[in-house]
Design a protein around this ligand. Sequence first.
Ligand code: SF4
Length: 345
Amino acid sequence: MTTSLAPSTTELETADRAWTDWSAQQWTYWRAEVARLASERDAVILAHNYQRPEIQDVAHHVGDSLGLSRIAAQASASTIIFAGVHFMAETAKILSPDKRVVIPDARAGCSLADTVTADQLRGWKAEHPGAAVVSYVNTTAEVKAETDVCCTSANAVEVVSSIPSDTEVLFLPDMFLGAHVKRMTQRDNIHIWLGECHVHAGISPQNLVQAVRDNADAELYIHPECGCTTSALWLSSTGDLPSERTHILSTGGMLEQARTSTAGKVLVATEIGMLHQLRKVNAHTEFEPVNPQASCRFMKMITPPKLITALRDGNDEVTVEEDIAARARSAVMRMIEIGTPGSGE
Ligand code: SF4
């Protein structure tokens, strides 16, 4: 690692393994270099809520996957630097086909999106002819292209309710979100793909019950993809969890709720990167993770040096074949027409 006050861009980039040891002066230089390159390359930097705090702090916009894609489509910049995972950058490209979309590391995947391929979905559709396919936004462009309508965790219930009650629904890929939708819509003709995110599934009912026991007055924010959601709703209905203090929220919903919260403490059941934004919008409430180990290693693959490389060299550029993009865009736009998409992950 260099000790110079102003390391070259290449030095910053090659210090990938040592950036956690940067001095305050090196961080200052890095922030200035990010701003300089963004301006020079006519780039807007978008960061997902689960990104490292350092990345969130230099981004022009921080938010959930769909909200960021919509910002990308409206941005005047010609280049979008998407600090998130690959399916998110793909969605931005689908909605902004004329812009250059760059992800700082194309290997940043998603264990949930990887649970279903377009081939598998085509096979599932063949088993249920006439069924409507509803896909969560955490899916690849190819899967979205085989989808009738996309959904986020905030509008999944609304999207499924918009489908005629006598039409079968194939819901994918998240089984926890699917179980939540099935319960809320009271439909028995929903088939749910058995996919899960390893991070959210790792937030267990045991974590939740223990956290609630340890913090008797705290409020709970629970993302519907969490493994604990089903049990959280059940525990809430049986009185084991305080229903008036238990909130099932998308990441955008968590931020909205946090802005006006007067709670002394809030326990948060989702990826721990979310805590950075929650603490920023409300400094008076203590936000604590239900499981401090709930960290997405794919999200954390985007490092400060890689952001420099992305800005400087345009690596890794995200492309989506036009016919796939067109069909995937229809599924996303249909969701937007049904109602306010709110936010997804
Ligand atoms: S937290 Fe889970 S769903 Fe989100 S990007 Fe990581 S692996 Fe995918």
